[in-house]
Structure formats: C-alpha cells, structure tokens
Design a protein around this ligand. Structure first.
Ligand code: MG
Length: 387
C-alpha cells in the first residue's frame, strides 16, 4: 500500500499536550516529556529518563499526580449540610455550562453539523470504552447495550464506520460484534481496512488478509516488530503486580495496560513504581495515562489520529472537499484524532465528557447515551435526505 510521507516516518510523538490552564486542570499527564529530546537519525527518538529504583521517581516525574487526575469525580464530595451540597453542585453546573460555550452540545448543534454535512460523504469514527460503553470497574465487562449496537448497525448502513480503540482489535470486535464496521485496535496500531482503494503490499507493515466473513481486507500493523517485546513486558507486568490486590494487566497485542481502578489508592505508588522499574529496561516503549490505567506502548509515530488518516485514505475519502468525518471519543488518546481533524479540517471531533476538560474537539456530549442519540439522529437525517 502506498502511504503518504506522514504515515511512514515512525518518530515519537507523544499525545498532544493539553492546555488546561483555563480550567486549572492538571496537564502534566505524560511520564516522559518530549522537550529536551532530539530526533535521532534513525526511526526512533532517544528519550531522557530518570534513574530508576527509588520511590521518589514516580512522585517526581508526575506519574502519581497523573494517576490521581486521570478520572476526576463529577462532583466534589460534600460532607456538610444541605446548603453546602447545593452550593457545590451549583458551582459544578456553572463550570460545566461555561465549558459548554467552548464545546457546545453536539445534539443542540445538530442543525449546524447537518448544514455542513449536506451533499457530503460522511464517515464516522468511534472510540469504544467510555464512548459506546460505560466505564466499569472490570474492563472485561465493558459491554455496550443492544440498543447502542443497533444504533451503530444503522449508522454503518449509511456511512463508512470505524471503531478505533486502545483495546486489541480482536477484543473490540468481540465486544462490538458487527461485521460491517472497520476496526482499529491497539490505539490504531492494528487496523483492518478495506482493500478497494488501497494499493496493498507495497508497505512492509501492510498485508492482505481476510476478515471474519472471509472478505479480503488490508491489515496494517505499523508496530508489528514490537509484538515479542510487548509480550515479554506483559508477562513481567503480570508477575510483578500479582501481589497488588485489584491490579489488572491487559494484553492489547501491540500495547499493554495496567488497570488500577480497583487498587486501593494507598497502593498506587507501589504499582506505579513496579511499572516504572520494568519500563526502565525498555527505552523503545513509553507510558501514557488513561482513565485509571497505565498504558505501555511502542515509541513510534502512530496514534488514533494517524489511524483516522490511514482509514480515510483506504476508503478513498482523503483530500476531498466533499467529505465530512465525525470522530467521537472520550479519552486522552482521542485527542490525537481531534487534533488531526482540526489541523486538516476533516470534520468534527466530539468529546464525550461529563466534566469540563480542555480538548481539541469541536463539540461535546455528556455520556454514551447522548452518543447514541447523536448516532440515531444522523441516521434519521440520512433517511430523510434520501427520501
Ligand atoms: Mg475511551
């Protein structure tokens, strides 16, 4: 497959730094900052790292602060009288309402979105966890509802639709279970896309394969060479965290994650230190923070934003004025896609969030139930447009 230059130079880019100064929300969510580093002549970037082994490391490099801020409560815990509770709730609502001036509701702005979608080919990109399914304590039980599945099935009847998840592609397919979609797992490092518009076989990481239905597809796996390394780290992580109650290591094939949602907060320094100590031996891996999860992935220039560009290209929808793409996601990793949407004027990023946070998205929805409403509205619009 012929790839554009921006697809083929795997040099480190961290998820975009989010400027949270306006809201005072913590922004230093990355363990290794890019500043001060320099691009090496090879494919990868050398990242300065702190010396391992001391507990202070996970404090001084911001890991613990990032872990605590990765999933802020919707409202402050109030233990005073009723009056105080109401005041705090009002404070939150005021903050949320003022945030929505910057990130208007995609439902309330639906007419505006439609105005720009008219006579255009619409493509839909969806994150999974926290977007189509609720965030739950056990990641293996993050099921989406039948009504959500039905809404997505309808969307896919009218628009090219892809799921882009941090989970392994197989896992997200198992959870979604719709053959009519395209799937990108492991933060876009494992893409199954159509062959119709792609010149397959030219790129070393792109191979022809067949999907679950036996249909010919392109598999694009830019981090393929990292599989043995990720496998090794996964085994070490499982071994080194097995005595920490509630810790859950998940295999995503091209990346791995350590969930600490069910770990007592007093044990967070321990889990952070263990992960930190393992990573010191793997300079080609890096850590990012998700919602109550530490994610370990290869140091390559590939993310959900690149995955969207790749899929649009594969679908023959790249560099066209008559295409409007919509991306809905809730996590830091989705910001890479939102950023690409803004920079390339691809369409609209929609952030799923019930708390104010800075984003590169254009619009917002509160939760998966609003995502479903939005998807249904898209289908209704298309049906009427065709009628
Ligand atoms: Mg998500």
């Amino acid at each position: 497959m012929e790839l554009k230059s921006n697809h083929s130079s795997p040099v480190l880019t961290d998820p975009i730094p989010v400027n949270n100064s306006r809201l005072g929300i913590h922004s230093n969510l990355l363990s290794y900052q890019q500043s001060g580093g320099s691009l090496s002549s090879g494919k990868y970037m050398t990242i300065p790292r702190k010396k391992p082994g001391k507990l202070e490391d996970v404090w001084s490099n911001g890991w613990l602060e990032a872990m605590r801020s990765s999933s802020p409560p919707r409202k402050r815990l109030i233990k005073d009288k009723d009056f105080t509770i109401e005041a705090a709730a009002d404070d939150f609502d005021i903050a949320y309402c003022s945030w929505m001036i910057k990130y208007p509701s995609a439902l309330k702005s639906f007419d505006q979105i439609l105005k720009n979608a008219k006579n255009k080919k619409v493509a839909v990109f969806l994150d999974y966890d926290g977007t189509l399914s609720p965030i739950v304590d056990d990641p293996d039980r993050a099921f989406m509802s039948d009504s959500m599945r039905s809404a997505i099935r309808d969307v896919a009847k009218y628009f090219p639709t892809a799921i882009i998840s941090g989970r392994s592609r197989d896992k997200v397919y198992e959870l979604v279970g719709l053959t009519e979609l395209y799937y990108a797992g492991s933060h876009g490092m494992d893409i199954m896309g159509p062959v119709s518009h792609a010149e397959s076989g030219d790129h070393p990481n792109c191979i022809r394969s067949t999907d679950q239905q036996g249909k010919e597809v392109n598999l694009f796996q830019p981090a393929r060479e990292f599989i043995p390394m990720i496998d090794e780290v996964l085994k070490t992580l499982v071994e080194n965290t097995k005595d920490i109650k509630g810790a859950n290591v998940e295999n995503h094939k091209f990346c791995t994650s350590v969930h600490y949602r069910n770990v007592e907060e007093k044990n967070w320094p321990t889990i952070a230190q263990r992960v930190h100590d393992i990573l010191k031996d793997y300079p080609r891996l890096r850590l990012t923070h998700g919602r109550k999860v530490l994610e370990i992935r290869p140091v390559i220039d590939w993310n959900k934003g690149k995955a969207v560009e790749f899929l649009l290209e594969s679908l023959g929808l790249s560099d066209r004025d008559d295409v409007l793409a919509i991306y809905i996601g809730d996590d830091k990793t989705d910001e890479d896609a939102f950023k690409v949407f803004r920079e390339r004027n691809l369409g609209y990023g929609i952030l799923v969030s019930s708390v104010p946070k800075e984003s590169n998205a254009f619009f917002s929805v509160r939760d998966p139930s609003e995502v479903k409403k939005f998807l249904k509205a898209l289908v209704t619009w298309k049906k009427f447009e065709k009628a």
